[in-house]
Design a protein around this ligand. Structure first.
Ligand SMILES: [Zn+2]
Ligand SMILES: [Zn+2]
Length: 392
């Protein structure tokens, strides 16, 4: 019996939006152009951190971050005026985590060490430091009717159109690392971005899932008014062969991108004869042969089947070689899990009991349906591409 993962057939991804920012590979500080918008609408307010100020002793024992001293009325007014006239009052620069951090003279540079994977650990510096440090810290903030907290992933509008507020896929996603505010109209968030594959070096690859996000250690300070709600991003463990299926709207991550230091992605598990990662939206099957147990892309089984049929035909008829490339696509009409076509051959792979789509009838056997150029149809068993043993 084939063990299968992620059998749901997914809708095509939304049309790409050109307004989404592209991360540059330059060595300049990671100051992105993820803009702050909506600043003039005073609807954001910051909620106090959970520890009341009158209870300073318990604040200390609860390892609550230290609060700045109260500003004088004059200082407060000056800070407010400066914030009001600054389009982007704060910036944040990141540098590789230094082991000597604490031995350097003066205050140690703060470090962020809870970003999804240790490889994203980073030092950061917010500028101008004095103004940032004079803002009170909060654990939560509220925009409109939604309360959000440090640690949550938020949606960030990149423009003020109604369309931008609805298209969740195109909105930027950032993990809230710090909340600071002067008052309810001046609430700022330090965030680390979770990017779409197409917004990172190398771009979107065939193995990227539709709702795949890649956490980074690229930080920004944004105005809380540009926040458009929160989103849940789950971890998808590709090494866990029993991992549960995700529904098609679920955002997930499995890989990180170290923006601040090495500019590299963490490694993905490679499977199958093409040594490629799994696309979580597409099914893979495992060979049942105890000596093999290899995982295969169903797509690769379909491609191998048409290749074989087309080349056998060529050999027997000595046909002119017409190099039509193999194309694979998942069928939307049938319950085939993968479809491959070459010349006039077409292979459809069915896996018993799938797809789990209420609009489609699940297949009752695991087999390859081969459609020949003369209109005939053959069916054959799925064979492991490594050992040849039949996959049931
Ligand atoms: Zn493969
Ligand atoms: Zn095998």
């Amino acid at each position: 019996m084939a063990r299968t993962k992620q059998t749901s057939v997914r809708k095509p991804a939304a049309a790409p939006l050109t307004t989404h920012k592209t991360v540059s590979q330059s060595t300049s500080p990671p100051q992105s152009n993820k803009a702050q918008t909506g600043k003039k609408v005073p609807r954001a307010k910051a909620e106090p951190a959970s520890t009341p100020r009158s209870n300073k002793a318990s604040a200390a024992t609860a390892k609550s971050p230290s609060q700045p001293l109260d500003l004088s009325d004059d200082d407060r007014q000056r800070l407010k005026e400066w914030l009001d006239k600054s389009e982007r009052p704060f910036s944040v620069a990141t540098t590789a985590l230094s082991k000597k951090r604490k031995r350097q003279s003066g205050e140690p540079q703060p470090a962020q060490t809870d970003l999804y994977e240790d490889r994203l650990n980073v030092q950061y510096e917010v500028k101008p430091k004095n103004s940032w440090d004079s803002l009170r810290r909060y654990k939560k903030f509220t925009v409109g009717s939604e309360s959000m907290a440090v640690g949550q992933v938020i949606l960030v509008k990149h423009d003020d159109s109604e369309e931008a507020k609805i298209d969740v896929g195109a909105q930027w996603k950032g993990k809230v690392l710090e909340v600071r505010a002067l008052d309810s109209e001046h609430v700022y968030l330090r965030v680390a971005w979770l990017n779409r594959p197409e917004d990172l070096p190398g771009g979107r690859k065939a193995y990227h899932g539709k709702n795949e996000l890649i956490p980074t250690n690229q930080m920004d300070i944004i105005d809380a008014m540009s926040v458009n709600g929160s989103v849940e991003v789950m971890f998808w463990n590709e090494k866990d062969d029993e991992s549960s299926l995700m529904n098609e709207e679920q955002y997930f991550w499995r890989q990180t991108f170290d923006y601040a230091n090495t500019k590299t992605f963490s490694k993905l598990r490679q499977i199958c004869v093409d040594s490629a990662p799994q696309n979580p939206d597409e099914m893979i099957v495992q060979c049942g042969n105890k000596e093999c147990r290899k995982w295969l892309h169903v797509k690769c089984i379909a491609e191998a089947a048409v290749e074989e049929a087309a080349s056998e035909k060529k050999k027997s008829k000595k046909a002119k070689s017409n190099s039509v490339s193999t194309s694979t696509k998942s069928s939307t009409q049938s319950s085939a899990i993968a479809v491959a076509e070459k010349n006039d051959y077409r292979a459809e792979v069915f896996v018993m009991g799938t797809p789990n789509d209420p609009k489609l009838v699940p297949a009752d056997t695991t087999e390859i349906a081969m459609f020949l150029p003369d209109g005939k149809k053959l069916t054959k068993a799925l064979g492991c591409l490594f050992c040849g043993v039949e996959i049931e």
